[in-house]
Write a protein that binds this ligand. Structure first.
Ligand code: LLP
Length: 425
């Protein structure tokens, strides 16, 4: 469920008309609904509260899905922590008021500097993904006289996800260490005075719409927990990662948080472990839209019809990168028959195509439209290709709204660069 609905003929985000936002700050722009963010956080929390095993689980929001400080602040207010993959993301989480004890540090290539920063910050855990990383972490921690808690990210040989580019748990994916290697690394870590192995993690992919692969991956962690304990090691935390998908089409999602919680609880039954989850998309995706304006409709004599928008692949990369589907809706629907369009942006690449032959309600030059389900992996993946200023972000909360990341002016964009001194006559 989300809070983007047509009211008095115009799409609103909660109590605010998208026309009003566009009139004030222009387009393209991301618009987020705080009520939807809160609702998604609560739905997951309530689902987890349904089982003793999952009741006190940490929900560490995957900051990569939406790293806007105001979004993180709303989620922090719901008690969420943060799953981070860079020093920048840790700094964002801290700036949004998320306590270090609720911050997980993941990622395949954390630098020594980032590891030292995470240790000094006192994050909850560092998720170690390889032998090479373990060795570097031990050296960094020794240098700081520290002993951080670590969990090992296992590659459970279960890959899932909507697209090969977002599958992370298959054997050939770069993520995590194979089961046998983690067993050996655990022993190596336990023998060190500079790390404290406390558990295991997995994350097998994103936009997962059926629970069976997650169930299989959690079962791997369960078995490893029992095996490690049988060898005398302490395992008291399991991090089940993120990955639950959302409906991008107008139909109910296949994977329900209540069923997801049941699968997680079953995997942890009787283990007496602290659980952590790292959801990104399921919290943020339906809490945001990309607001855009039709520049013109290019109707060719051969009948092809291009809907040319003022947003492009640099603002919302998902269709170009993963052939992802985003529903496109008029902000002020017109009377008339729907028809097919190729929906494109102004960037000079054929890949800058949001949809081909998409049947849409009538749209004309100057009309506003919204890409739905754009609150996750939208703004965070945006860039300034074709020297298009970085897309701004707006947060709506009831009848209030605020620009939470401003569109840079052209002067600001150019001021970030310098002409090398020797090039100036
Ligand atoms: N934890 C880890 C370690 C991750 O790598 C990810 C996502 C998550 C949690 C959150 O996954 P989620 O719950 O959002 O599925 N840019 C792609 C998605 C990439 C996901 C990468 N990892 C997209 O737009 O579909």
């Amino acid at each position: 469920m989300n809070h983007f609905e047509i009211r008095d003929g115009v799409m609103h985000a909660e109590g605010v008309s998208l026309e009003a936002i566009a009139a004030e700050i222009g387009t393209p722009a991301y618009v987020y609904s705080a009520a939807t963010l809160r609702r998604h956080a609560r739905v997951l929390r309530e689902a987890l509260d349904g089982h003793a095993e999952t009741t006190d689980a940490l929900i560490a929001f995957a900051v990569k899905a939406n790293s806007n400080l105001s979004v993180l602040k709303v989620l922090a207010g719901e008690g969420l922590g943060a799953d981070t993959v860079s020093e920048g993301e840790i700094r964002r989480a801290l700036a949004a008021g998320i306590a270090p004890e609720k911050i997980v540090f993941s990622g395949v290539g954390k630098t020594d500097t980032e590891l030292a920063f995470a240790i000094r910050t006192g994050v909850l855990e560092i998720n170690v993904e390889s032998a090479a990383e373990l060795d570097r972490l031990i050296a960094v921690a020794a240098g700081l006289g520290a002993r951080p808690d670590i969990v090992f990210r296992v590659n459970p040989r279960v890959g899932s996800g909507a697209h090969a580019k977002i599958t992370t748990g298959a054997p050939a994916d770069k993520f995590g260490a194979p089961v046998e290697e983690v067993m050996a690394l655990y022993a190596r870590a336990a023998a060190s005075n500079h790390v404290r192995p406390v558990g295991l993690a997995c994350h097998i992919g994103s936009q997962i719409t059926e629970l069976s692969p997650l169930k299989a991956a959690f079962a791997v962690l369960r078995r490893m927990t029992l095996d490690l304990r049988a060898q005398g090691f302490e395992v008291h935390r399991l991090d089940f990662g993120g990955g639950l998908g959302v409906p991008y089409f107008d139909r109910p999602g296949e994977a329900d948080p209540v069923d997801y919680a049941a699968v997680a609880a079953e995997a942890a039954r009787g283990l007496d472990v602290q659980l952590a989850f790292e959801p990104g998309r399921m919290i943020a995706a339906n809490a945001g839209v990309l607001l855009t304006r039709v520049i013109h409709v290019n109707e060719r004599p051969d009948g092809m019809r291009f809907l040319v928008l003022d947003s492009a692949m640099n603002d919302l990369m998902r269709p170009a990168l993963y052939d992802a589907f985003h529903d496109i809706r008029p902000v002020r629907p017109r009377e008339g028959a729907a028809g097919p369009y190729d929906v494109v942006g102004p960037v000079c690449e054929t890949g800058d195509t949001f949809a081909k032959d998409r049947v849409l309600p009538p749209l004309e030059a100057g009309d506003l439209a919204a890409f739905m389900t754009a609150g996750a992996y939208g703004a965070t993946m945006a860039n300034e290709y074709n020297s298009r200023p970085l897309v701004p972000e707006v947060l709506v909360d009831g009848d209030r709204w605020a620009v939470v990341r401003a569109r840079p002016s052209y002067d600001e964009m150019l001021a970030r660069e310098a002409v090398a001194g020797w090039l100036i006559p």
